[in-house]
Design a protein around this ligand. Structure first.
Ligand SMILES: Cc1ncc(COP(=O)(O)O)c(C=O)c1O
Length: 346
């Protein structure tokens, strides 16, 4: 009792009182305890490419062990600039318009801290990636949700328009999406860009799954002239090279905001791990065949999962991208997704 009282009396910041980890962690622990196959978390289950690992090892041996430039090593920024031009269709200056961050999660945190004040509002498409929402809440940003409706996870333009108020300062896009697997179309992105311009809002687009698509092309909103000067594109190495624990991501955007984000990133994290930045630089030199094989591997897994879920009585929404999949079940089978997960685990 005494110990409990002592703990209760210690101060805890208001901003973290209502934040809790998602059920994914709880379910992952239960799954591990029963030796199950854990499909609940976004973890790549394939090895990182040898070229990436070898370059990181060489960098360790060469003592690339000190803090890097606050925007990341220039070799990596040059590689990112080339990829942004070739793959995303976005020209950018590696000296001024790119910041290497501690994962794309670090890029999102720096983007929010550099653009929004407490009390500002942000539009989020739902179902959403919980880190986006929790981070915005942590920084006191109000959230307005716009529904993505299955089976194709389209949104109602009228609902989007109604979600924007005079306090809206940001629209967050996640394409390909977690957890829907939605790949936004050019028309959808142009409509978002148009609304963002009318409300003078930022677009932050999380494109961490950009290389994991199944036939539908990945489109970056910053490719459009109308969006470029208000868009922060975030991505990273985690999913593309199967190195989620390496913590190397980046943000690309207008010079003025990248400049602020670099300072924030320095304050929070100083830099992404130096030798691993060298490893990712090597990864970015891999040829087309690497990306094609990765897509084919994920496609085979998607087909297996869709088939298996259908066999056991679910109605999966087949994703166009990312490695997530949502599935429906009859309304009277379980009360909600949490109850369904518990029933399956038990
Ligand atoms: C949509 C999305 N963004 C960001 C991340 C985290 O990426 P990173 O490892 O680059 O921080 C994840 C990880 O699951 C994700 O699903």
């Amino acid at each position: 009792m005494k110990r409990k009282e002592r703990l209760v009396s210690r101060p805890i910041a208001e901003r973290v009182r209502n934040i809790r980890q998602s059920d994914i962690r709880r379910f992952s622990a239960i799954c591990a305890a029963m030796n199950g196959v854990n499909l609940s978390q976004g973890v790549c289950d394939q090895p990182a490419p040898d070229a990436v690992k070898e370059a990181a090892k060489r960098a360790i041996d060469a003592d690339h062990a000190t803090y890097t430039n606050l925007r990341g090593i220039i070799e990596l920024r040059r590689a990112i600039a080339a990829k942004m031009q070739d793959f995303n269709g976005i020209p950018c200056d590696p000296e001024k318009e790119i910041c290497v961050t501690v994962g794309s999660a670090g890029a999102f945190a720096c983007a929010v801290l550099s653009t929004l004040n407490p009390g500002d509002e942000c539009v989020i498409f739902s179902p959403f990636y919980s880190y986006h929402v929790n981070l915005l809440r942590l920084f006191g940003v109000g959230i307005r949700y716009v529904d993505l409706v299955p089976p194709d996870w389209s949104y109602d333009p009228a609902q989007l328009e109604a979600a924007l108020t005079d306090r809206t300062k940001m629209i967050v896009v996640c394409t390909p999406g977690n957890p829907t697997g939605k790949v936004y179309t050019e028309a959808e992105l142009l409509a978002i860009a148009d609304l963002a311009k009318r409300h003078n809002a930022w677009i932050v687009t999380d494109e961490i799954y950009e290389y994991i698509t199944y036939g539908k092309p990945h489109v970056s909103v910053a490719r459009f002239e109308s969006a470029r000067d208000r868009t922060i594109t975030i991505s990273g190495a985690s999913k593309t090279y199967a190195v989620t624990g390496w913590r190397v991501g980046y943000a690309v955007g207008p010079e003025s905001v990248i400049d602020r984000m670099a300072v924030v990133s320095d304050l929070l994290y100083i830099c992404a791990p130096a030798p691993l930045q060298h490893g990712i630089t090597a990864g970015m030199q891999l040829d087309e065949a690497y990306y094609r094989k990765m897509q084919a591997d994920y496609l085979a897994k998607r087909e297996l999962l869709v088939e298996t879920l259908r066999e056991i009585g679910f109605d999966p929404y087949v994703p166009d991208g990312s490695y997530y999949l949502l599935a429906a079940f009859e309304p009277d089978r379980w009360t909600d997704a949490t109850a369904a997960t518990e029933a399956i685990l038990n």
